[in-house]
Each structure stands twice: as C-alpha cells, then as structure tokens.
Design a protein around this ligand. Sequence first.
Ligand SMILES: [Mg+2]
Length: 125
Amino acid sequence: MQKLRILVVDDSPTMRLLLSMALRRQRTFELVEATDGMDALKKLSADSFDLALVDINMPIMDGFTLIELVRKNRDFQGLPIVVVTTEGASADRDRAIQLGADDYVTKPVQPNQVLRVVNALLKVN
Ligand SMILES: [Mg+2]
C-alpha cells in the first residue's frame, strides 16, 4: 500500500514528537519533520507530501507566512494544511484559515482529534 506522506512543522521537539506519535498510530502514514517555516518550504520543494501540520509560533518563519507562501505557490496548491493552535487562540486559528489552512487542531494535542482531522482531509476511513 502506498504510504501517505505528512510533514509535521513545529519548532518544539516535544510537540513534533506528540504529533508524530499520534499520527504513527496509523501505519499508512510516513512522517517527515520540519523545525520552522523555512525548513518546511525546503522539504516541500524537495519531495512530495499529502498533507502538512503547521504550528503558528516558530522562529525564522512562522506558520502564517508558511501558509501564505504555500498557497501562493502553484507547486503546492492542492496541499491540505492543518494548523496547530493553542486552545482559545481563536484569532490565530481564524487568521490561519483565512490565509488558506484547511482545518485546525488544538494544543494540548489529542491523538484522536489529530487523526480525525487528518483522515477527513485525506479522505481515509
Ligand atoms: Mg511553536
């Protein structure tokens, strides 16, 4: 079976670990991690991905800028983006959706929520 490739973009190693652990419960996912928006753009350009999970607050390039650049780039146009926001940060969430994110999950990360949102966008299950 073809694995679905997911890019996990977060500057926090702990958050990357938690998101990856949640997604690894589904064996059809292959995960790649990026530490900030710039790192994510490099990885998206070098390889093909089926979905990206994107944190907002990151050094070098934040999630808003990343989402904006991805949506402006024809090469990445169909890429589903799930933004990872802090619970209650509805302004961040709204701005990310306005910039082109498809959906969101909230921290603290709940594995079931992450899988539900990702699977809905990938039309898995
Ligand atoms: Mg962060």
